[in-house]
Design a protein around this ligand. Sequence first.
Ligand SMILES: *Cc1c(COP(=O)(O)O)cnc(C)c1O
Length: 459
Amino acid sequence: MELPFAESYRIKMVENIKKSTREEREQWIKEAKYNLFFLKSDQVFIDLLTDSGTGAMSDQQWSAMMLGDESYAGARSYYNMKNAIKEILGFDYFLPTHQGRAAENVLYSTIIKEGDVLPGNSHFDTTKGHIEFRRAVALDCTIDEAADTQLEIPFKGNVDLKKLEKALQETPREKIPCVILTVTNNTAGGQPVSMENVRGVSALCKKYNVLLQMDSARFAENAYFIKTREKGYENKTVKEIVKEMFSYADIMTMSSKKDAIVNMGGFVAFKSEELWKNCQKFCIMNEGFVTYGGMSGRDMNALAVGLDEGTEFDYLETRIKQVEYLGSKLDEYGIPYQRPAGGHAIFVDAKQVLPNVPKEEFIAQTLGIELYLEAGIRGVEVGALLADRDPVTRENRYPKLELLRLAIPRRTYTNNHMDVIAVALKNVYDRRESITKGYKIIHEEPIMRHFTVELEAIL
Ligand SMILES: *Cc1c(COP(=O)(O)O)cnc(C)c1O
């Protein structure tokens, strides 16, 4: 008999989590203005709000923290991080930042001007925020198939090379600071980009003489998918695949809270010494001196170890199989989600789960609230709230997809937790006919409103 699959680690330290009653949750979510970000973590039983900075570090990472060098300039920890970035990712230059969006800030403060166009595959929300804040345009060139949640294709995060080439042809060269390739494509459902597509994007960038930036938060998961799904890569190691992916990039921005498995940290890395130097002033102004940026020495040490562990096949297999496991449970109950299961999350197709809630009443948010009420599980809306208003017309944007993202923190929950999540969703799904009303906005900010929006239940 073939041995069943088991995790590639064991547990050395635990953190208690609390259950609650439905009555308590009804009260708490109302007090939180129906915004899941406003809940206290103690009011949540299983927290799937994000996989960002919520993972469990290893004993190796914790011990590296004790060896942190907190020197202001030229710390050993900086060089540990520098070596890991060079050896594992292949970049010579980098600036440490406190997280991924800070890396975007340092980079975009340098290269974006008003009226610019940045084509890419479904820009991440903070990326889009940084672009639109500078009155530039984030042009989405993702393949159309990404919007069909039921279509099973291996690389649903790909860029449509025709769309990209059209954009590159139609936009004056000086208006394109870079093309942004997001691996994996978070907004389209944690879907990977194939090496063939990376190569295609890179070829177009070279043809039109434009820099290629990789938004790399989940680069290791992307490499795992290339290894397990793309012909010709099955016998390469994840580390070899990662090296090849980044060989095509000029710049990478990184939220280390994802695939470097740390609680805080990020960086922007460069192939060009000149661009690195040009970006330094914004690092010094906004983050810190160039050898620590937004990070302490101990955090840079943990990050260096995390980059190594995060690109090991056994770790990635454990992680991605857990997400797949949750997907298979949802299959059992007939609950539709973005197929195939993504690398870091399951994206439940809220329009199909709650067919009776009008889009103006925020379908995916309504599902998120229902799931919280059902079992104290916190997901996050990826729908009309996140899509925000059009920066010019100020009209609400209603995206094709209304998704509830259930992000799985790394090395944190067991498959028993996955079972609870699946059954809770099933219970909501079973009473879908009776859920007909959603929520309305009573307060919102002009940009990135989903974090702080206040809602009221429509009665
Ligand atoms: C998380 C993330 C970011 C932003 O990083 P933070 O660390 O949250 O600031 C940017 N791009 C992608 C694809 C991400 O997943």
